[in-house]
Ligand binder design. Structure first.
Ligand code: NDP
Length: 320
């Protein structure tokens, strides 16, 4: 198979990747975007997005991402299914492999691979993944209508998931390892005001219990050493995310948590020609709007980079 040459390769299809594709295609960079493992990214597993400006009535996550994609395609972005499995950042054009076999040489890279939900590192959590243990209440909550569930975590995600589940389930336990919630005051108030949410402070999950039909409960451990059993059919993880940077490790500057470091106020990484946008470089804000804005910056930074490199061909891509 011949190596395809691409001027601007975008990896990832969340708000950052699609926004980069919209800007890069309008700038005549003929971007190619690989959608990755979860086309549309994390927003495809949310319900309504009510805080994205321009949608006063809210919009569902999947619908919003379909519109982002449509807008990128409209300007000529080449959106493809596929996972970038290798990237060599030691020389430019960057050799990249897609789905383990397809070879590409990319003049520039925009990395917008996002972040993935964390699970508790317990054998019983792994055992019951997909059988009652989930990291997405909005995807799986439906299966627990009228049942008892629990959410692990004390941040905004945990509170949001608990409130969402409380509308479907008879009872929701929020299992918080500290003596306080980390979530915003507004989210805390919502949780406190919801009668069927019970907050269990200073508890950790020791073991998930279940049988061949799935989760039936969990054993919790209090910080003073005492144990408590809970009866639940579903256990939702909301303990944060890790950035999807495994293929770049050792090749690009990452922070101690694995997020790509960018020069302040830009999308530039320490590797010339590689730009980062969205959650993969943002452990703090993690919003659709901030991801989209950083995708715009990445496309503009990329365009300027190519201009300085003196690459004036309107479309440096080759096809095979
Ligand atoms: P956070 O990192 O804010 O919270 C993670 C929570 O999980 C913390 O309470 C943490 O506990 C707990 N935790 C972590 N590891 C473990 C563990 N091993 N066992 C038990 N508990 C654990 O992640 P979120 O996903 O909640 O939020 C990330 C960012 O996204 C935040 O900036 C948040 O504000 C934002 N966000 C905003 C929303 C909105 O505006 N609508 C909705 C969702 C998220 P501890 O506090 O002890 O560290």
């Amino acid at each position: 198979m011949e190596t395809e040459k691409i001027k601007c390769l975008i990896i990832g299809s969340g708000p950052a990747g699609y926004t980069a594709a919209i800007y890069a295609s309008r700038a005549n960079l003929a971007p190619v975007l690989y959608q990755g493992m979860e086309p549309g990214g994390q927003l495809t597993i949310t319900t309504d997005i009510e805080n994205f400006p321009g949608y006063p009535s809210g919009i569902s996550g999947p619908a919003m991402m379909a519109e982002f994609e449509q807008q990128a395609r409209k300007f000529g972005a080449d959106i493809r299914g596929g996972i970038v499995t290798e990237a060599d950042l030691s020389r430019r054009p960057f050799p990249v492999t897609v789905d383990g076999s397809k070879k590409i040489e990319a003049e520039t890279l925009i990395v917008s691979t996002g972040a993935t939900a964390r699970y508790l590192p317990l054998e019983s959590v792994q055992r019951f993944r997909g059988m009652g243990v989930s990291a997405c209440a909005t995807c799986d909550g439906f299966f627990y209508r009228g049942k008892r569930t629990a959410v692990v975590g004390g941040g905004d995600t945990a509170c949001e998931e608990a409130v969402y589940l409380s509308t479907l389930c008879s009872h929701v336990c929020l299992i918080v390892r500290k003596d306080r919630l980390r979530a915003s005051k507004a989210m805390q108030n919502r949780v406190m005001k919801t009668p069927n949410i019970e907050i269990l402070f200073q508890y950790n999950v020791k073991e998930v219990l279940g049988d061949e039909s799935g989760v039936t409960g969990a054993t919790l451990e209090h910080c003073d050493g005492g144990e408590k059993g809970i009866t639940v059919d579903g256990l939702f993880m909301a303990i944060g995310h890790y950035p999807n940077t495994a293929i770049f490790r050792g090749q690009i500057d990452l922070d101690p948590d694995g997020y790509i470091r960018t020069a302040p106020g830009t999308s530039r990484t320490n590797v010339p020609g590689v730009f980062a946008a969205g959650d993969v470089q943002d452990p703090v804000y993690r919003q659709a709007i901030t991801a989209a804005a950083s995708g715009c910056r990445a496309a503009l930074d990329c365009e300027r980079f190519l201009m300085v490199q003196g690459d004036e061909t309107p479309n440096g891509n080759t096809r095979n």
